[in-house]
Design a protein around this ligand. Structure first.
Ligand SMILES: C[S@@+](CC[C@H](N)C(=O)[O-])C[C@H]1O[C@@H](n2cnc3c(N)ncnc32)[C@H](O)[C@@H]1O
Length: 264
């Protein structure tokens, strides 16, 4: 299925999407007792926001994504940052059982899914992963904040109004970042036999108009992006709509749901 994470969208994603704060990576390391002996799979790795900081804490990461353009961007970011212990693989959640035959049973320290589980068959995935995880390892589901147009601030409400008018549609999707989705994922982890816990890392940041425009473009399927010659006008109009609501303060909550397999 083409989800539109291609071409210019991959570039915007690489440039404007938030990385994960060090405390979020610490929480994963602590939850699964990760060390430099461990191999971790980052599923739905995108342009590597989670992959790269994680790779610095473990032996290696297998980073999996169905979208070649996202992987190309991630791989070049790894090169720029001197991260050399990641294997980049085109694939999806459906490929995990096959990848498991390569990695072998009980050999993974963890599997991370950042902002991507809503595209997957999560119940099947959680069941497929259990035999691949070592004792004390587990699955982590991360949500990196709330979509820019879904936040409870005046600038975010204004952004939503502008985007709904521009796109001609209501924007209701939360991309799995809402509490109800997190609860549903937690229930599925429990049903698949994992020991479930959750934690969060909160911080505040201030955005520029450019970051908001880039963040919006990174979240649109490529066929919904304004045409290249319309982007300047899109940004100028959005700037005017947002200006009365300065400063553009964002409260970011990184939610981390972990499912650990029992210690053997
Ligand atoms: C919103 S991005 C998340 C990127 C990164 N993990 C992060 O936290 O910022 C979602 C990614 O999931 C990928 N994806 C979509 N469907 C997938 C599937 N069925 N299995 C694995 N990855 C998938 C997309 O190609 C995209 O790169």
């Amino acid at each position: 299925m083409d989800l539109g994470f291609r071409g210019a969208v991959a570039d915007y994603y690489h440039r404007y999407r938030r990385g994960y704060p060090p405390a979020a990576i610490d929480a994963l390391v602590e939850a699964f007792g990760l060390s430099t002996d461990d191999v971790v799979v980052d599923l739905g790795c995108g342009t590597g926001q989670l992959t790269l900081p994680l790779a610095r804490r473990v032996r290696s990461v297998v980073a999996v994504d169905p979208e070649p353009d996202m992987l190309v961007r991630a791989r070049s970011a790894a090169g720029e940052q001197g991260v050399a212990n990641v294997s980049w693989m085109i694939g999806s959640d459906a490929d995990l059982p096959t990848l498991g035959t390569v990695i072998g049973d009980r050999n993974l320290g963890g599997v991370t899914v950042g902002q991507a589980l809503h595209w997957m068959d999560h119940e099947k995935l959680f069941r497929d992963l259990a035999p691949l995880l070592r004792s004390g390892g587990g699955v982590a589901v991360l949500a990196n904040g709330t979509p820019l147009w879904q936040q409870d601030t005046a600038w975010s409400h204004a952004l939503r109004g502008y985007l709904e008018q521009w796109l001609g549609t209501k924007l209701t999707r939360t991309c799995g970042t809402d509490d109800a989705s997190q609860l549903r994922y937690g229930d599925s982890l429990t049903a698949a036999g994992y020991d479930v816990a959750s934690t969060a890392v909160d911080y505040t940041d201030e955005l520029s108009t450019e970051q908001i425009v880039g963040g919006v473009y990174s979240a649109l399927p490529v066929h919904r992006l304004p045409a290249p010659e319309q982007r300047e006008q899109f940004a100028e109009r959005l700037h005017d709509v947002l200006q009365p609501h300065l400063p553009f303060t964002e409260q970011i909550r990184v939610s981390i749901l972990t499912g650990r397999v029992a210690e053997l």
